[in-house]
Ligand binder design. Sequence first.
Ligand SMILES: [Ca+2]
Ligand SMILES: [Ca+2]
Ligand SMILES: [Cu+2]
Length: 330
Amino acid sequence: MSTPTGPEEHGTSCCAPTAGRSAPAATAPAHSSGKRSTRGQVRIPAGTFWMGDSHGDGDPADGERPVHAVRLSSYLIDTKAVTNRQFAAFVKATGHVTEAERDGVSAVFHLAVQAAPADVLRRVAGVPWWLAVRGADWRHPAGPRSDIGDLQNHPVVHVSWRDARAYCRWAGKRLPTEAEWEHAARGGLDRARYPWGDELTRGGHWRCNIWQGDFPRRNTLEDGYLTTAPVTAFQPNGHGLHNTVGNVWEWCHDAFRPGEYADRAGEAAVVDPVAAEPSSVDDGLVPRVMRGGSYLCHDSYCNRYRVAARSSNTAESSSGNIGFRCANDG
Ligand SMILES: [Ca+2]
Ligand SMILES: [Ca+2]
Ligand SMILES: [Cu+2]
């Protein structure tokens, strides 16, 4: 039985533990690719934007700087994260088994666990609020004693990058690149901290689902949610996207390198950037970009609920706060 191990190069954080899977390395599932679909997507016109952290808010180790000009061709992106209902349709059509299901374990936030004590295998070293729970998977997001009956419109979680890629192919879509994700999340604003501007709250009201209170022990639930919120909760940004920041981390296509932006600096504008694929590494161990932060982010601990914030996890990892949305050429 494998268990998540501690977080890797980005240090301790609320972000999401890295799995050390024991199941045999999976080859890419052989589901046939679906016919291209743009359902649920908005078109983002071609344009140039400033990518990265203009405010000096980020952890230097994440590589959010230097800010640099990026030019993107037009593309399409989902206005919402993929829901449990949508993921169920994919599984029904393809028989896809997620990595968490195959391995029999995934990471659940300690205050959310619904499992027999014997199914709580261990705390994750360095991030003790993450528990490795046997039987936690997308159908049982809090553990074996939970289900998704009332969560049909919540983002699917406990899906690895490779599970997300398989869904995208079936759906006739693809994962967004990191640059596409950030450009869309900015909602047309220039160098703002959040999808709606620079202030976190407005008139005392929360505009996204993160953590309030004393992390990781006591959540005052000012925004209404301990874990996931429905994908349409809170106001959309200027491009019509919901919950880019907060709620769940979202997988992006790119391999993650902290030095990615430094390598781009000095060029006039980088056009449609995508990180180079590492060649000699097990596919499941490639660190992949995650964006947007989750319901666990809190500025006392991890302020990665900003549009510029970057994080990563290995392509085989899953947890109760990582989901995804799809994109498309166009
Ligand atoms: Ca919350
Ligand atoms: Ca999000
Ligand atoms: Cu965080």
